[in-house]
Design a protein around this ligand. Structure first.
Ligand code: ZN
Ligand code: ZN
Ligand code: ZN
Length: 280
């Protein structure tokens, strides 16, 4: 399994219109400190989150969006979903030789995704007509459900990040290698831990929106990130061989990349950066 980090920022970093010290430093340092909105590509065909920066990231890292066959959507927040990219599947925009796109999302999230596309292109993601027009197929999934897509085994994991509109985390297995992509998320629920129990993770990429601050809202800060790692260790999901990366980095308590990485390494994990490739 090859994972490409297309974006590792929370709404992007430096934050648009912000000139706090961290955003200022990130602009000066450039490189790994500049973060697009969070999404990842697995091999060439499985995308997690189709966001406003996905297309730019695919071009930057020499990836081909037309090869993407599967989309796992975590949730509907604007830093994770851009309906405009799905609208571009409409036939008059010269769509040729695209593979059919299989979309997976929480039922409520899927309905909102569909509504947003329909507002622009009068084609939705759910009806037979809309699906045929856009050459895709949508799948409503709930946490705890496991399913196979091509060579991947996927399990949807419980999330309370956006309970109103539906949100999910994803466990993905290919050739006996397990990845848990856990953003956006607050503290993992008891249900999530039960759903993960019994799976030895080779790689975890988890929400670390906030750094050394005492607030976290519906995300994780440094203290809570470490607590989640320890909780996963206690149920046997993480051991010394598990690769641990933090993502969805914001300017709130998270400095420019090199400084953040130095601190993270001392604490036993790494900070992901845009363009990073991880092979399992
Ligand atoms: Zn987000
Ligand atoms: Zn800032
Ligand atoms: Zn979110």
């Amino acid at each position: 399994m090859k994972i490409t980090m297309l974006g590792t920022g929370a709404i992007g970093y430096p934050l648009v219109f912000c000139n706090c010290k961290n955003c200022h430093d990130a602009r000066i340092h450039g490189g790994k400190s500049l973060r697009k909105r969070a999404s990842i590509l697995i091999n060439d065909d499985l995308l997690i989150d189709l966001g406003s920066d996905s297309q730019t990231a695919m071009m930057m890292y020499k990836k081909d969006m037309s090869k993407v066959k599967y989309l796992l959507q975590t949730h509907i927040h604007t830093d994770h979903y851009d309906q405009g990219l799905l609208c571009a599947r409409i036939p008059y925009m010269a769509m040729k030789n695209h593979p059919k796109l299989e979309i997976f999302a929480h039922p409520t999230c899927l309905k909102i995704m569909s509504k947003r596309v329909n507002e622009y292109e009068k084609a939705d993601l759910i009806s037979e007509d809309g699906s045929n027009t856009l050459n895709l197929h949508s799948n409503s999934i709930n946490h705890g459900e496991s399913f196979e897509i091509g060579k991947y085994k996927v399990k949807a994991i419980d999330s309370t990040h956006d309970t109103k509109n539906g949100s999910l985390l994803y466990l993905i297995c290919e050739k006996n290698k397990n990845l848990f992509y856990a953003t956006d998320t607050p503290v993992l629920t008891k249900t999530a831990l039960e759903e993960l129990k019994g799976t030895k993770l080779d790689l975890i990429i988890m929400d670390h929106t906030f750094g050394d601050v005492d607030y976290s809202y519906s995300h994780l800060n440094e203290k809570l990130f470490i607590e989640q790692i320890n909780a996963l260790k206690s149920i046997g999901c993480i051991d010394d061989k598990t690769i641990i990366y933090a993502t969805h980095i914001s300017h709130d308590g998270m400095p420019y990349h090199e400084k953040a990485e130095k601190r993270a390494v001392k604490l036993g994990y790494h900070i992901a950066y845009d363009g990073l490739e991880i092979k399992l």
